[in-house]
Design a protein around this ligand. Structure first.
Ligand SMILES: *[C@@H]1O[C@H](CO)[C@@H](O)[C@H](O)[C@H]1NC(C)=O
Ligand SMILES: *[C@@H]1O[C@H](CO)[C@@H](O)[C@H](O)[C@H]1NC(C)=O
Ligand SMILES: *[C@@H]1O[C@H](CO)[C@@H](O)[C@H](O)[C@H]1NC(C)=O
Ligand SMILES: *[C@@H]1O[C@H](CO)[C@@H](O)[C@H](O)[C@H]1NC(C)=O
Length: 304
């Protein structure tokens, strides 16, 4: 008799397992690229994540690539706690290397995507070799130039870098007597779009500081583009979806959010989908499964 009870118990336990794993919440949209975790609102699978982040990330040979209208960048890090990501542009200048010829991406996103991404306020863009006719210098020398230090980083310090010697450029003191400076540092906020073609610049460097770290000099700066992301409309939809065991995604229209609940998609959360997959009915299905097991074992014993 005890064997029968044990068998019954084991059967009920294993029969209820698929349901409990659904409850534990296996997120089929979460993934990795190299050592970077890709999670909501980002995704690399079609239909996963938030619609504002669609067609954005691609995993190529374990390199996570971020693709926007100004070009492709390698993602160095995604910081989910601070909602920011760090990008690297292969044609960006650093303290050791100067890339001229207008090849750099700069930073510009599609208009519909603009509310989702903004380089952080402590990220400095140092525009190099911009033409005197550049929109940056409109009104020069009468009006103030937009060039300034950002978060303690600016061109005065950047001129000390070996990269300037490498290209044989003379460091230009910020004396606006004869012409615009060779380098102009700006925050993204002040010009909204870093487009080297439009700004008539030959190159750029981008650096960020992770406050409150005090940084010694330009060779110690972190070179890259630090971008803040924000989920427009908030993440209430996804939280409610995940709290009911679902995975957040969106429909083929690329606009409407969906909650993927196993084999069914819901427009709200998994508690609202058919009663067969609702959590309230799970204990009931387990009880009835157990009942039928007992019944069939009883019948086998009695008729076998
Ligand atoms: C990923 O690996 C690279 C080197 O391969 C390392 O520099 C970086 O810190 C790692 N990132 C994370 C988030 O572990
Ligand atoms: C649910 O939505 C995802 C993402 O759009 C899609 O890939 C999947 O086929 C949908 N499933 C159903 C059952 O409609
Ligand atoms: C950059 O500016 C040029 C010239 O104004 C324009 O043709 C190009 O589309 C712009 N690029 C982006 C990504 O906006
Ligand atoms: C920027 O910082 C440098 C070095 O810290 C300083 O010499 C310079 O005066 C600052 N420039 C402006 C415009 O504040």
């Amino acid at each position: 008799m005890s064997t029968l009870f044990l068998a019954t118990f084991l059967f009920i336990f294993s029969a209820s397992n698929p349901l409990t794993t659904a409850d534990i919440h296996i997120n089929k949209c979460r993934s990795y690229c190299g050592n970077i975790t890709i999670d909501y609102p980002f995704a690399i699978q079609q239909g996963c994540g938030h619609p504002g982040f669609r067609d954005l990330l691609f995993c190529v040979n374990d390199f996570l690539m971020f693709h926007i209208s100004s070009g492709s960048y390698r993602v160095l890090e995604i910081d989910y706690a601070y909602q920011s990501l760090t990008l690297h542009d292969a044609h960006m200048s650093t303290c050791d290397n100067m890339v001229l010829g207008g090849k750099g991406n700069g930073f510009a996103v599609e208009q519909w995507r603009a509310p989702y991404f903004n380089p952080t306020a402590d990220n400095v863009f140092m525009l190099i070799g911009c033409s005197a006719k550049s929109p940056l210098f409109q009104g020069f020398p009468g009006q103030h130039l937009p060039c300034r230090n950002v978060s303690g980083m600016g061109c005065e310090d950047y001129y000390q870098c070996p990269s300037w010697r490498l290209v044989g450029r003379k460091r230009t003191a910020p004396m606006y007597g004869s012409g615009p400076p060779e380098c102009c540092a700006v925050a993204f906020e002040s010009i909204k779009m870093i487009n080297l073609t439009k700004l008539e610049c030959e190159g750029y460097a981008s650096a960020y500081s992770l406050a409150p770290l005090k940084i010694d000099g330009p060779s110690e700066w972190s070179y890259g583009i630090r971008v803040k992301y924000s989920v427009q409309g908030g993440d209430q939809f996804c939280r409610a979806c995940e709290a009911t065991g679902g995975t957040c995604g969106f429909g083929t229209d690329g606009v409407r959010q969906l909650c993927m609940c196993g084999s069914v998609n819901s427009t709200s959360n998994c508690d609202s989908v058919g009663s067969s997959s609702s959590r309230i009915s799970w204990p009931l299905s387990q009880i009835s499964a157990g009942f039928f097991v007992l019944l069939s074992i009883w019948m086998t014993i009695n008729h076998g």
